[in-house]
Structure formats: structure tokens, C-alpha cells
Design a protein around this ligand. Sequence first.
Ligand code: NAP
Length: 483
Amino acid sequence: MVSRIIPVEDFDLVIFGATGDLARRKILPGLYRRFVAGQIQDSARIIGAARTDQNDAAFREEASAAIREFAPSAVDEAALASFLKLLSYVTIDARGTAGWDRLKSEMRPGVTAAFYFSVAPALFGDIAERLASNGITHDDSRIVVEKPFGRDLASAKALNKMLARYFHEGQIYRIDHYLGKETVQNLMAVRFANILFEPLWNAQYVDHVQITVAETVGVGGRGEYYDHSGAIRDMVQNHMMQLLCLIAMEPPYHFDPDAVRDEKLKVIRALDPLKPGDIVRGQYLAGPDGPGYLDDVENAESRTESFVALKLTIANWRWTGTPFYLRTGKRLRARTSEIVVTFKEPPHSIFDEAEAPKANQLVIKLQPNEGMHLTVMIKEPGPGGMRLVQVPLDMSFADALGQEGSDMPDAYERLIMDVIRGNQTLFMRGDEVEAAWAWTDPIISDWEAAPTRPEPYDAGSSGPEEALRLLHRDDRRWREIRA
Ligand code: NAP
């Protein structure tokens, strides 16, 4: 199946923080791949901005090196040379006064304008204020802001309030790159474009849901940042909460940004407060791949969690009685992100006890190989009588979509194209972010007030034993963490 490429309108995109890690690894290579795919026209302009004093040629050189490193399979010399012509650079200190006039003169009137804040959140206010006071932005300009969006409810509210001084909500694109993944969007297609699942999508037929985001790496060079954050802030409040919303939300009346986000918001607001026994925190120990968490963050007293497992319940008609188990952590057995919807077993088995059917599971894999599969029971082939076997109905996107499928756009590419198209469906609204923090805040403050430490777990394991018990006590098991 060949995917259709629909070029986006002409645009001017300014990347603040164009010399940084995110721009080099994701934004510039992503834009290049969209250019090669024919989605970005030759007339588009991409303007880098940061404090590093360099000219257009030096920035193009830097962008070329980043693209060769992070999108090597897409490199075509002629296409790369054409893409680099779209690039220019303005030296700007977000806290200074120089460079803003030059930036203004680079912007073309009447052309869609977007500003990507790929800088530390502490600079968002400086940039927003200067863009507005220098008359660079107008009512239709869009701004893209990166995570973390606050570190608690108060700071997220302050950030929203500050941005609202200069931009209305329709201009603000809060990125959560999990929402840009093909499978995440497919989840909405599978749920709302088929009749098969929706009648079963409730507490009567769904036994429980598991969401796992497992990493094999430790905190690496991000130790200081991570130690002030931890798994709940870094993963649960944003990415995992978004996945939970897409699984649990009611069908929106239309596939429209606010209709979708209204339904997601209702899920967050319906979350029961977490019970103290329904959370397990962990810290990885030293292993063959590196030191333990405490050494990694150089803080022997740290109580920050590198692993968390939670049992959530949603207080509404659809989900009362179906628990949602979330777990995420570093230095685990394998790198994987997946959602597993486990249905209930048939109410009565007509087969012998040894052949009792197992529950169907819908497994939605976000990484490493995006795809979905549904486990179903069939008769084991052959003349051995009626023996049942569980097999997956597989829908690996790379196979289903052929060549195009294996070369699917990265989440960032897709989201940046959505910014240009003016489509906010896959971006978090201010009230959603605040609601997620309102639910998360008490969990964090209760923990900070408690004298306990996170449970240690072996590097390369599935996390602390207590996390296994979180499910065992409910007579359930985690799906094995595997790539
Ligand atoms: P980074 O590597 O530290 O880059 C920061 C960028 O900001 C650099 O281009 C830097 O360039 C620029 N900058 C710093 N101070 C500035 C100032 N006063 N005025 C103008 N530019 C300034 O950070 P990053 O990893 O790219 O992250 C950028 C943002 O994305 C952060 O909010 C981060 O939390 C978020 N994020 C990053 C990742 C990732 O994978 N890297 C993932 C998710 C979210 P100069 O030094 O030349 O000014």
C-alpha cells in the first residue's frame, strides 16, 4: 500500500535552539525526510536561531552533518543540497535585544509562520515576550513548546498563563511525541472506524489494561535533570497519561481537535485518586551495563524513582471495575512500549478443562516495531482432536503497508507537519496538562512527605518484586517485557 503524500502549504519555521540536541537529532533530520518525501515545497523557509554566532553557511553545514548522522538512509546528495537552501540562521539570545529585527525581516508576510521553542522551558517566556513585542508574531502564528511542561500544577499553570499573555490557545502546540506515533493514531482508527471493538470496550468485557514503557538505558548524561524529575514526572504525567486517555476515552462526536481533547480531558478528570498501596517505586542497581541509579545521579541519598508501577481506576460508567496498570522504568530487560488490552474469558467453556480458552488480548506495540496483534483461540491444526491453541492475528505496519510502512515518518515529522497544517488534535491542550498535574501532584507530595525509599531492582530485570505483586494480588500477571 503506497501512502499518499499531500504537500503542506508554504511556511516559515523558526527553530529556537537550532544548535541543540533535539534540533540535530529529530527536528532537522525530520524536516529533511519530509522534504525528500515531497511534503515540503522548495519555497519553504527554515530559520535556525540560537546564541552561537555563526552564518547561514555554517548552520547549513551543521544541519547537513546532523542529517547525515540521524537520517542516513534518506540522504540523497541532490535532495540534501536543495533542502539546505531552505535554511538560514539568525544569532539571537532569547534574553537579549539583538537579532530580533533581523528575524522579523526574514519572515514573509502572508505565509504560515511557526516558531519551535526547542530550548529550556525557562526561556519560553523570554522568547514569547520578544516575539510579540517585536511584532514578529501575528494572530495566526503558531508556537511549538517542548516538554517538560511544568513540574507540578502550579508551574504548569504559570506557564500556561504566561503563554496566554501573548498567544491564544489555538496558537499553542504542546508536543507529546508519543501522540505522533503511527500506532497511537491507529488506535483511534481501530477503535472508532470499526464496529468490532467498541461494543466490547468496557468493564463488562475488558478484564484489565496494561501500559508499559520500558527502557534498557539508565539515566546516562541526564542524571542531574532526571534526579529532579523521576519516572512519574518524566513519563507518567505526560506520555502514559496520553496513552491511557486514548484507550479509555469516549468516542468524540467528530475527529476534531477540541472534540478529541474534550474526551481525553474527561478521562483524566475521572481518575480516582491513587490509593497508597497501588504504587511501587524502584531504583536500578549496578549491573554489567553500568553503575546503579544512585551512582549515576551522584546522589547517594536520592529517593527519585527510576521505575514506577501503578494501578489506576477510572470512575465512570464505562470503566468502573477495570483496572489500568501502568509501569515504566530504566535499565529494564528490554526496550519496549506497548499497551495490552486483556479481555475477559468466555463466560462458559464448552471444551474440556485442559483446553479452556485463554482470554483474548489486543497488543498495541509502539516501539520498537509499531503494530498491533490480537490473540485468538483456534483449533490446533492436525488430526489430534479438538485441542485449542492461542495464535496472534498480526498487523505489523511494516508488513501491512509494505515499503512505505517500514519508512513511516518519525513522530516529530508528523507533528511538525500538523503544526503547519494547523491541526492541534495530537497536541495537548492547556487544561489537559493541568488536569494531569492535578492528579499527579498528590502522588508526588505524599511521596516527598513519606520516609520510605524506592525498592531496589536488578539492572536487566522487569523491575522490583513489589511491582509483580501489584498484579499478583489481583490474580493477574504483567505481560513479559520483551522487544
Ligand atoms: P540542548 O541540547 O541543551 O539545546 C538547547 C538549545 O538552546 C541550544 O541550541 C542552545 O544554543 C539554545 N539556547 C540556550 N540558551 C539560549 C538563549 N539564552 N537564547 C537562545 N538560545 C539558547 O537541549 P535539547 O536537548 O535540544 O532540548 C531542547 C528542549 O527540548 C528542552 O525543553 C528539552 O526539555 C526538550 N526535549 C528534548 C529532548 C531531546 O531528546 N533532546 C526530548 C524531549 C524534550 P546556544 O547555546 O547556541 O544558544
